[in-house]
Ligand binder design. Sequence first.
Ligand SMILES: NC(=O)c1ccc[n+]([C@@H]2O[C@H](COP(=O)([O-])OP(=O)(O)OC[C@H]3O[C@@H](n4cnc5c(N)ncnc54)[C@H](OP(=O)(O)O)[C@@H]3O)[C@@H](O)[C@H]2O)c1
Length: 273
Amino acid sequence: MEETYTRSGPVGPDGLFSVEGMTVVVTGGATGIGRMVAGGFAAGRARVVLVSRRPEAGEEAAAQLRASGCCEVVIGDLSTAEGVDRVVARVLAVAPVVDVLVHNAGATWVGPLEDHPYDAFDAVWAVNVKAVFRMTVGLLPGLRAAVAARPGEPARVITIGSIDGGPVVSPVENYAYGASKAAVHQLTRHLARRLAGERVTVNAVAPGLFATSMTAELLADPAQRERLVAGIPLGRLGRAEDVAGAALFLASRAGAYVTGVVLPIDGGESGCG
Ligand SMILES: NC(=O)c1ccc[n+]([C@@H]2O[C@H](COP(=O)([O-])OP(=O)(O)OC[C@H]3O[C@@H](n4cnc5c(N)ncnc54)[C@H](OP(=O)(O)O)[C@@H]3O)[C@@H](O)[C@H]2O)c1
């Protein structure tokens, strides 16, 4: 049998899990889970392009990532069609070849049932769902250029869903958010089916509970934090390496034959919780 994975070990330049030299776009890459994923790619010697609304936060994250890899920042807001189009144009200007696109930017809204504003659905869905669709379509030239540049190797789109998008039903009253993440999962499958013929894989990573600014309020009360952690079979919150590892797998040759899946990274909460 032909051996294709030992030329320089699993993570070396030609290794099974290598992302070296790839151009990876990470939306919301300046903070939280996006920063964790971007850090994994930078450590793997990929060229990372962060998207952030905030120039200072973007530059600060990029400066840290430059210690291990190459990092650039694109400033833009993904909450409107025009904003997405501006980001797409800026990304293609610095990265005409996009090997990996990580849709991590996300917004949430927590509020009791009868006060959950109608507009929460517009605000949350604009970033979590509509921007994912529009940006994927806008960046197709970059993804297609990556397929042309590396024959036999697919380009990758990775969405960041959530176990709140199913099968778990969150105890938190985040109705618009949970529904948006279910939509992200189905959109991922739909795009995967459409783009498979073009050699672009599309997969979702569905995190469980990670300590970020999105979950800061939820985790602020020590007793509540303890209760939430107790509900996670592996008994801890997610760490940077957990979500970065999943993204690196999907982006590398190791994950080249995977498309249309939702991969929970949740300490077992959705699988055996
Ligand atoms: N933390 C968890 O436990 C958890 C669990 C499941 C899923 N997730 C998902 O993980 C992703 C990252 O969230 P996080 O937990 O890391 O929280 P976070 O630190 O608040 O990150 C949210 C990111 O989204 C970006 N963003 C928000 N609105 C934006 C907009 N209009 N335009 C452009 N970027 C925008 C922010 O970027 P800037 O502020 O820099 O612009 C920020 O980096 C989200 O999709 C979230 O739903 C998180």
